[in-house]
Write a protein that binds this ligand. Structure first.
Ligand code: 13P
Ligand code: SF4
Length: 341
């Protein structure tokens, strides 16, 4: 290994990204566009990324659409502007491609809440149950999972399981409880949550609704039940976006990570979007993990082709099975990749 490469890898281990100063006068958009061509790279961005990153991405989508895109792309390098579990999923679906994540420390509280060794012991208590895991989990957890799901296909995944079969659902207890309600299935729930979706304040949302009686309140199913109970519409990020485009309302109070509002405003420039207020004083519902990615880190990741996602071959072979089952169910349900850009 060249000494430069060794230094870069040490840097990444320490910071999660290449800590190299970027010339502040550089036109990052133009440089990133150049690198896309030079490296035959595609940028896949989740709706929760900062707006500048969304604007430079080739494809913006929800977790399902991004994994479908990662499986289909012919680019040589996938640059994942999202969090670690998403880049791992892309690597499992396209193991021969180089997958880079601008910051390896862009994690997820849900994924962290379900360590694979603990889950393995938990699962042993229910040997006859089918394990359904929300895609927001580690690659190791996927090796212990029968079928993966995202918030846009979870209902179809649960309904695909024979009624006499018990189900373990991990790691999100809020999404799990919501699915129990809509499918009528009793499930064993792992006790995990998303730090962003559990901070919404019922009281502050009610006050906002009083001030904006015309507004529709829309929420992601990772929110707690008492928040979902108030919602006019519940859906995945792409589902929420679609709803705001199709519904007649002109004002929406949005209970999910605030990054999605960028696309809502682009798609419906004459409508008003109000982020649902959280239970904290900084009034912020940004995901600190998603927001670790910056334009500078994106540029450096493309330029140097690192930090790269590496997975053991057995993890890819075992973990991809539950993702492929999810993609088959999604295709049958007509949830195919929809280009959003
Ligand atoms: P979706 O994009 O599938 O709705 O997921 C939201 C999320 O929390 C991603 O981390
Ligand atoms: Fe994880 Fe929640 Fe952030 Fe999504 S929004 S990456 S579920 S912590």
């Amino acid at each position: 290994m060249s000494s430069q490469l060794a230094i870069a890898e040490k840097e990444i281990k320490k910071h999660g990204y290449l800590d190299i100063e970027v010339d502040p006068t550089l036109d990052l958009v133009a440089e990133i566009e150049k690198l896309k061509k030079e490296k035959n790279a595609i940028i896949l961005a989740h709706y929760y990324q900062e707006s500048e990153i969304q604007d430079v991405a080739d494809f913006i989508g929800d977790s399902l659409q991004l994994s479908q895109m990662a499986a289909e792309t012919e680019a040589e390098m996938i640059v994942f502007a999202g969090v670690h579990f998403m880049a791992e999923t892309a690597k499992m679906l396209s193991p021969d491609k180089k997958v880079v994540l601008p910051d390896l420390k862009a994690g997820c509280s849900l994924a962290d809440s379900c360590p694979a060794p603990l889950f393995k012991k938990f699962k042993e208590k229910y040997p006859d149950h089918v394990v359904v895991s929300y895609v927001n989990c580690t690659a190791d957890l996927k090796t212990l999972t029968d079928i993966c799901c995202t918030s846009s296909n979870a209902r179809y995944v649960i309904e695909s399981i024979p009624e006499d079969k018990g189900i373990i659902f991990a790691p999100d207890k809020n999404l799990g409880a919501y699915l129990q309600k809509v499918t009528g299935r009793d499930m064993i729930l792992w006790n995990g949550t998303c730090m962003v979706h559990e901070i919404f304040s019922n009281e502050k949302i009610t006050k906002l609704q009083v001030r904006h009686p015309e507004a529709k309140f829309i929420a992601h199913p990772e929110c707690e039940a008492h928040i979902l109970d108030k919602a006019d519409f519940i859906g995945s990020t792409s589902g929420l976006l679609k709803y705001t485009q199709e519904d007649d309302a002109e004002t929406f109070i949005v209970a999910t990570e605030a990054g999605i509002i960028h696309q809502m405003e682009l798609k419906s420039p004459n409508k008003t979007f109000i982020p649902a207020p959280p239970n904290n004083t900084c009034a912020c519902n940004d995901c600190p993990h998603m927001k670790r990615n910056t334009m500078e880190k994106l540029y450096l990741a493309m330029k140097y082709g690192m930090p790269e996602i590496h997975l053991d071959q057995w993890v890819i072979d075992e973990g991809v099975k539950c993702i492929n089952r999810m993609l088959e169910i999604s295709e049958k349900a007509g949830l195919s990749t929809k280009k959003t850009k």
